[in-house]
Design a protein around this ligand. Structure first.
Ligand code: PLP
Length: 248
């Protein structure tokens, strides 16, 4: 069951809302902060509250996708669920190289599982993908053990582009964009254009040559929003918004 993420909360999830939806049948809660597609970052207070609330629901496991853990802006901190020993026996943490090291094509990720699940997930991996090829494993090792300045430079670049895209999007008629705290996406509200998410996505692609993703591609609650990735140059971002401005 999806939980609505609200623009006015910077698309952070509300622990009370998540906890309020738990029933006897709930087995797993999946969370993702910083988030794709919203760029939302859930603050520590909400995560504290979620973990505290889960003490009353020992049958519920947690999967935390922290792939954007290195990409936070405006002084925000990443709060890893690994920081909470009280839920370690039911936490699955997902991370990887795709974002931090821009190694999307290498198909390399990692997960931390509770002891009791390791044998099961090992069997799943052996039968699902066997193992990662050796060269990609060496590349992953080099990324982790080498200097990290490239990561910091990239995140600083993203931060600068983030400011540009948010400002530019907010200057478009009918478009309102809140400040994304992490990842590399802007998730503007486009209701004021009179279009729905799919119409806006198609218009931007067909008439302006700009690829975006309708919010509804991520679930029905994404209606009224379109996802822009700012993993591109500032010049291209400015060009993209200028082209969209002409057709709105
Ligand atoms: C929320 C989320 N998790 C994980 C991934 C990473 O996927 P992969 O490791 O398959 O590149 C992405 C990439 O788009 C993502 O947005």
């Amino acid at each position: 069951m999806p939980i609505r993420l609200r623009e006015e909360n910077g698309f952070a999830f509300s622990a009370d809302e998540v906890l309020g939806q738990i029933t006897d049948k709930t087995r797993l809660i999946i969370i993702n902060s910083p988030a794709n597609p919203t760029g939302g970052v859930t603050p520590r207070e909400e995560i504290d509250k979620l973990v505290a609330g889960l003490m009353e629901h020992p049958h519920v496991a947690l999967m935390s996708d922290e792939i954007y853990s290195q990409m936070l802006y405006g002084g925000r901190e990443h709060v890893s669920l690994l920081q909470y020993p009280e839920i370690r026996d039911r936490l699955i943490l997902l991370d990887g190289w795709s974002k931090t090291y821009a190694m999307t094509g290498w198909r390399l990720g990692f997960a931390v599982w509770p002891d009791a699940a390791v044998d099961h997930v090992t069997r799943l991996c052996i039968n699902d993908h066997s193992c990662v090829n050796a060269s990609a494993q060496y590349a992953g090792l080099a990324a982790l053990t080498g200097p990290q300045d490239a990561v910091h430079d990239m995140v600083a670049q993203f931060d600068a582009r983030r400011e540009v895209i948010v400002r530019e999007l907010n200057s478009l008629p009918g478009v309102r964009c809140s400040d994304p705290g992490g990842a590399f996406y802007a998730f503007p509200n486009i209701e004021g254009t009179g279009m729905n998410a799919t119409e806006a996505q198609n218009l931007f692609l067909d008439q302006a040559g700009v690829a975006t993703v309708a919010g509804t591609s991520f679930g029905a609650m994404g209606e009224g929003y379109v996802r822009f990735s700012y993993a591109n140059s500032t010049e291209n971002i400015q060009e993209a918004i200028a082209r969209i401005r002409k057709i709105l």
